[in-house]
Design a protein around this ligand. Structure first.
Ligand code: SF4
Length: 377
């Protein structure tokens, strides 16, 4: 493979990686332009194995979207409804949201992941009480809730500085921030696809504050629509720069654009090759971010399995009840049992490791999958 990499003109990049020398913006663009997917995968896999060997992480988690009412108008979004009462709109009562967790009392969940639309009328107390209620029901569960875009929206709506919002949520039980809402950081792209939500600098600043308050977070990148290769690399470098400063990021998560039922439906979805390429380049460019995750709901299960040889060391988790991608036409299941995830990882020649949100390894008996399966129909 080394000879093939030399022939492709990537010998200098391979040397840098071997010597732990950081890759440049130009290196990132050249990697994206490399036509030889397997050579790219080989380089990314070498970095993946340097950090994690064959270990592949997954999480026993549940996802909850308490409302899809949203004042923003992101062109790629199939989930949001503008106003309460619009067809297809919903807002859970606190009891309904808490019931989602109560119904899983037999499952050894370690995380609840909450993201919502930007609802114009809910009081801040709704979100605080949502967290407090989850904490009462499952005191030990990790609450990974509200994207930086939601935090910025809360600040603007309730007239509080970003830090004050984060502190109040943390006091109510918030443990960490999910990575959603990053889309593509480049201003040109944001102006076209998500002009009315918080910009890249504020998104990154909210993660910076969260890290200072002791929370961890992830960053995503929505790829495969109008962004250029250069804008993808720029997004990765801005992520890398934040991590140099704070060290608070755990995972980078490329998210595939899905074109059904939204205003960008004329665009084709990214191909499997592009998905593998994005994950591989992410691993190579983000030398300081511990984990690169394939969100199987978005990539498709089979591509996520392949991605385990293209730089990915994490498959997210059981998920359960995902709505955002399924309303955009995702044909993946809405949930996987832990035994299915473990089997997929093993069949890809990797070693499954259950983790909690902070990547502590969970040991002990596997969950009774029969019981899960009955809830996941
Ligand atoms: S992506 Fe988020 S902020 Fe944008 S319209 Fe959809 S729910 Fe609202």
């Amino acid at each position: 493979m080394q000879k093939r990499i030399q022939t492709l003109g990537l010998g200098d990049i391979s040397d840098k990686l071997e010597r732990d020398v950081r890759l440049s913006f130009e290196d990132g663009v050249r990697l994206f332009e490399c036509p030889d997917l397997l050579a790219l995968g080989w380089l990314a896999n070498r970095e993946r194995e340097k950090r994690h060997g064959a270990r592949t992480y997954y999480n026993f988690n549940i996802r909850l979207e308490a409302t899809n009412v949203c004042v923003a108008s992101c062109l790629f979004c199939s989930f949001a409804r503008l106003k309460p009462g619009d067809p297809g709109s919903y807002t859970m009562t606190l009891e309904q949201a808490w019931d989602k967790l109560r119904q899983r009392s037999h499952q050894p969940l370690t995380e609840i992941h909450v993201v919502n639309g930007l609802h114009p009328d809910l009081p801040f107390e709704y979100y605080l009480e949502l967290l407090r209620g989850f904490r009462r029901i499952r005191p030990g569960i990790h609450l990974k809730c509200f994207t930086a875009v939601e935090i910025a929206f809360f600040s603007d709506l309730y007239g509080m500085p970003d830090e004050q919002v984060l502190v109040a949520l943390q006091e109510a039980g918030l443990d960490s921030l999910p990575g959603g809402g990053a889309e593509v950081f480049a201003e040109r792209v944001r102006r076209k696809i998500c002009h009315d939500k918080c910009g890249a600098d504020r998104y990154l600043e909210i993660h910076r504050i969260a890290h200072r308050l002791g929370m961890r977070s992830n960053i995503t990148m929505l790829y495969g629509h109008i962004e250029t290769l250069e804008e993808r690399v720029d997004h990765m470098l801005r992520t890398r720069a934040l991590q140099d400063e704070t060290g608070g990021l755990q995972a980078f998560i490329p998210l595939a654009f899905h074109p059904d039922n939204n205003q960008m439906r004329k665009l084709p979805a990214p191909t499997g090759a592009d998905t593998l390429r994005v994950h591989a380049v992410s691993r190579l460019m983000l030398d300081n971010v511990p984990h690169v995750k394939a969100f199987w709901i978005a990539t498709g299960v089979e591509i996520a399995q392949l991605a385990l040889w293209f730089g990915v060391d994490d498959l997210d988790g059981t998920v359960q009840e995902e709505k955002i991608y399924h309303m955009a036409g995702a044909r993946t299941p809405e949930a996987m049992t832990t035994s299915t995830i473990r089997r997929l990882i093993r069949k890809a020649g990797r070693e499954p490791i259950e983790r909690d949100t902070l990547y502590n390894v969970i040991t002990g008996a596997e969950a009774p999958d029969g019981a899960q399966a009955s809830l996941m129909q």
